[in-house]
Each structure stands twice: as C-alpha cells, then as structure tokens.
Design a protein around this ligand. Structure first.
Ligand SMILES: [Zn+2]
Length: 250
C-alpha cells in the first residue's frame, strides 16, 4: 500500500465535510493509510479525533513554529501522546523565512516539543525553512523525519548521520526541482518516505489544485524514476520505511 505520511486532513479544503470523499479517492488510488499532523493549536484536537475515528489514519501532534510564544502542553496532553493512534510529535521546527524576529521563542517551542517526543519515545516530524544551522544544532538525541524536504544536501548529510528519514512531497515533481531530485537520488532508499502535505504543494499534473492524499502516487512515480525502481517495488520499500519510522503503526 501507499502511505501519505503527512496530510493536513484538519484543513477544511481537504478535510471537514470533504473528508469522506477525500479518503475514498485516496483508497481508490491505492493510498490506504494516512498520517495527519497537527500544526495549529486549534487543530490538535481535530487531528487526534480524525485518527481516533478512522482505522487507517494516524496522527502526529505538534505545533508549527509560526505559533511560537505559546505553551504546547496546553494543547497536547499526556493522554494524547500515550494514545495508540499518536505515532509521533509534529510538525515542529524552525521557520526563519516567515518569522525572523522571534527566533528565541521558536527555539523554545521547538525544545519543549522535542522534550515531549523524548519523554514518550516518539519520532518527530520536522519543518525547517531558512534555519539550517539552528536546526542541526538543536535536533539531537531524537529520531524522526525531515518533512517535505527542500533544504540542502549539507543538512541532509548531517541528519542522515543521525538516523533521520526524509519525506518527498509534490515538490519533487516540479519542473524547477532538479536540486531536490538530486538530493533524493543520493539519499539511501531505506531513508525515504512520501507525503502530499495536503492541501498544499499539489504535484504535477494537479499543480494549482487543492492537494489531497490520492495525489501522493505522482510523487512516488517520480521517485521510482529517480531510483530506477519499478513502482511496485518502491511501494513496498516506502511502506516498510514508514513502519520503521513510526513503530506505533499497526
Ligand atoms: Zn505540513
């Protein structure tokens, strides 16, 4: 089966009243499992509830750096982190592209959530943008995945040494993404997972549309090309990688 390892089903455009149809289209496309991250303080509970009410959907819970300044433990409870459907902490990280004036509070929120992950022995799903040095500095003694990876080969090498996985999104299919394709060509096959980051970053040929989990196949096709593997073989590798990354998945 294909697994969309990162789709914001809490977003009204691909979730909400569209959720049942989105899940049905994903299954029809062979995408039989999804991992829904929390990002906003308001959607933590919603991500958790979607996972709790669907057999094939798990969640990672975390608060995105754009909400720096809040106390994550107000929204993410110990009970949620212990739950069988919560497979990781994320998406968390640093974003100096949109927020450059609050680096310290971003780092504080990031550290707080890394502690949660360590306490519950959960992998982390990392968002990093224009913050490579601090990301490499902080991201120690934890395992996880660099979500929607678009950073440099230098950071990739560091995180490979620390056992991290790398998630390819629809960006891998974009015409101007040669550099990202070259990076994924170099990443060992057993360290790659795929995602849509729905509702963002729809792959070619759906670019400009609301992205949904069914489209993850397009990223898989491009990755199969890069790796010179039959799609069916890559499908098995990616499923195994996802299960290795998130051991709580049944
Ligand atoms: Zn995301």
């Amino acid at each position: 089966m294909f697994i969309d390892t990162h789709c914001h089903l809490t977003d009204q455009s691909c979730g909400g009243e569209n959720l049942d149809a989105v899940i049905a289209r994903a299954k029809a496309a062979g995408v039989n499992m999804m991992i829904c991250p929390g990002a906003d303080p308001e959607d933590i509970e919603s991500a958790f509830n979607i996972a709790k009410t669907h057999d094939n959907i798990y969640c990672t819970l975390g608060i995105h750096p754009e909400h720096a300044g809040i106390d994550a433990s107000k929204y993410i409870t110990d009970e949620m982190l212990r739950d069988v459907k919560t497979v990781g902490v994320g998406e968390i990280g640093l974003d100096y592209h949109t927020g450059n004036d609050n680096r310290l509070s971003q780092i504080e929120l990031f550290q707080q959530q890394l502690s949660m992950a360590r306490q519950y022995n959960l992998p982390v799903a990392i968002h990093t943008r224009d913050a490579e040095a601090d990301t490499a500095d902080i991201l120690k003694n934890v395992r996880g995945v660099m979500h929607c990876y678009t950073s440099s080969w230098d950071l990739a090498r560091i995180m490979l040494d620390r056992g991290f996985c790398f998630s390819a999104s629809g960006i891998l299919t974009f015409k101007n993404a040669d550099e990202i394709r070259e990076i994924f060509a170099k990443i060992p096959n057993d360290r790659i997972v795929i995602e849509t980051d729905s509702p963002y970053c729809a792959p070619i040929p759906y670019r400009g549309k609301v992205c949904e989990p069914a489209f993850v196949i397009e990223t898989a096709r491009v990755l199969a090309d890069i790796k010179n593997l039959p799609l069916t073989e890559l499908e098995i590798i990616l499923e195994q990688n996802t299960r290795n990354l998130y051991p709580k998945i049944k």
